[in-house]
Design a protein around this ligand. Structure first.
Ligand SMILES: [Zn+2]
Length: 448
């Protein structure tokens, strides 16, 4: 048993504790409270710091880290095309595994302990197990042509069976029917039936771009033209992307809905009724020019929202406190209001909100007796951090972007003094090599 002390303990589910203490035994939290009533056991102090639950990143593509900076300033469809083509032609499974481990190291250093990972290769599962982090690995499935359903489902069930055999208490398998522009209605329905029967968690990219909305609503736009060129049937499919998920049964799986930039009142009511979670990715949505999701309205309705970085191919960093900061700033800019989404609420989204959105709210996301000891510690010393009148405000507005002082997953210390405690350098070199291979591929693709 060991106790951790800090100037501030931020349980998230209860008010901040000044001069607080968290006691951990066998990977679980056994005490949260003031120093004066803490159990008398070995004590480690972090001093002038905030001790809080580990951050929950509700949307990543860990295997794409080699593509950081590789897709700048492209429109969405060329962006998707370059990404998928380069991934299949250049990146080997080993390069993607190295990318995933480097990404997890980056996330851990930013205080992230849980990763909701959507993946085509599945390497994120091994990367999470190797590094000791926590996560759900949603195996992606693609197939825009209705004739592809049978092959796609055969491939998916084989991949999922392989991943599931390696599941651990901290790393679980799920499924992601990728998005309306890459999945037919028939495949959405087949995946919904399969995941409900197998009780697998589901995540889906939805209502992200205007081109996606056009494809779904009217069978027009960039994605629709691309489908026609590939002789894929294109019809108006539903009144909105969220309605499409309702119609195909995906909403009945209580999915994690990634992005939700273009959702209206009717969509949000449907989402509310379904019990879904939402991965809000403000940096990715802004950088790709998709817009600003109606986060404030979703929260007013009581929807369960977490924050996500998305891949570093679109972000280009993995820093969830930074997403919290952006979430606040963008909502206030959008609504012209200085008091929507306070910093405490933003911290809640980055922790307990995210945990609930991915179905892990009983296990992680807050400092409570009985929960897993997934902890992050941020120093309030040094550049930008002092003075700190209020811990949540300090974290969101000034500490964001800095490395965590210490990070624990189920009581295991994975980051100490801002550095991960496993050797990530060989993986970083492999990611550098992968980057050179990608640059060479791009040069030959643009000259040929
Ligand atoms: Zn994504």
């Amino acid at each position: 048993m060991i106790s951790y002390h800090a100037r501030w303990v931020l349980p998230v589910s209860s008010p901040p504790i000044h001069d607080g203490c968290v006691t951990v035994s066998h990977g679980r939290i056994v005490y949260v409270g003031s120093m004066s009533s803490a159990p008398t056991v070995e004590m480690r102090t972090f001093g002038n710091a905030v001790l809080m639950p580990g951050l929950v990143n509700t949307h990543t593509h860990l295997e794409l880290t080699a593509m950081r900076g590789f897709l700048e300033d492209l429109a969405f469809r060329p962006w998707v095309l370059r990404l998928t083509k380069a991934r299949s032609e250049v990146l080997t499974p080993q390069m993607m595994l190295a990318s995933a481990i480097v990404a997890i190291a980056e996330g851990l250093q930013a205080g992230i302990t849980t990763f909701a990972e959507t993946t085509s290769s599945g390497v994120g599962h091994e990367a999470l197990r190797t590094t000791g982090a926590r996560g759900i690995v949603y195996q992606e499935v693609f197939g825009p042509h209705p004739d592809q359903v049978s092959d796609a489902m055969t491939g998916l069930t084989r991949h999922v069976a392989e991943l599931r055999r390696a599941d651990t208490p901290r790393v679980k398998t799920g499924v992601s029917p990728h998005a309306p522009y890459s999945v037919s209605d028939a495949l959405f329905s087949a995946v919904a039936d399969y995941t409900r029967a197998e009780e697998l968690p589901v995540a889906v990219h939805i209502a992200e771009s205007e081109a996606e909305v056009q494809l779904v609503k009217s069978g027009d736009g960039q994605f629709a033209s691309a489908w026609r060129a590939r002789e894929i049937p294109v019809d108006a499919r539903a009144a909105s992307p969220v309605t499409l998920l309702d119609k195909t049964g995906v909403l009945r799986t209580r999915p994690l809905l990634i992005h939700c930039v273009r959702v209206g009142g009717v969509d949000m009511t449907r989402m509310m009724d379904s019990g879904c979670g939402i991965a809000h990715c403000p940096a990715s949505n802004a950088k790709l020019g998709h817009g600003i999701a109606p986060l404030h309205e979703m929260l007013q309705l009581g929807l369960q929202v977490g924050l996500g970085t998305d891949s570093v191919a679109s972000n280009n960093r993995m820093d969830l406190l930074d997403e919290a900061r952006l979430a606040v700033l963008l909502q206030r800019a959008r609504l012209g209001s200085p008091d929507v989404l306070g910093s405490s609420r933003a911290i809640e989204l980055a922790t307990l909100g995210g945990a609930r959105a991915i179905g892990l709210g009983r296990e992680i996301g807050s400092l409570e007796v009985g929960k897993a000891a997934d902890l992050a510690v941020f120093s309030l010393e040094g550049v930008r951090a002092v003075p700190a009148y209020d811990p949540a405000g300090a974290l969101v507005y000034s500490v964001a972007g800095r490395a965590a002082k210490a990070v624990f997953v189920e009581g295991m210390e994975l980051v100490r003094e801002g550095q991960v405690r496993f050797d990530v350098e060989p993986m970083r070199r492999q990611v550098q090599d992968a980057g050179q291979a990608l640059a060479k591929w791009l040069a030959s693709a643009t000259t040929s």
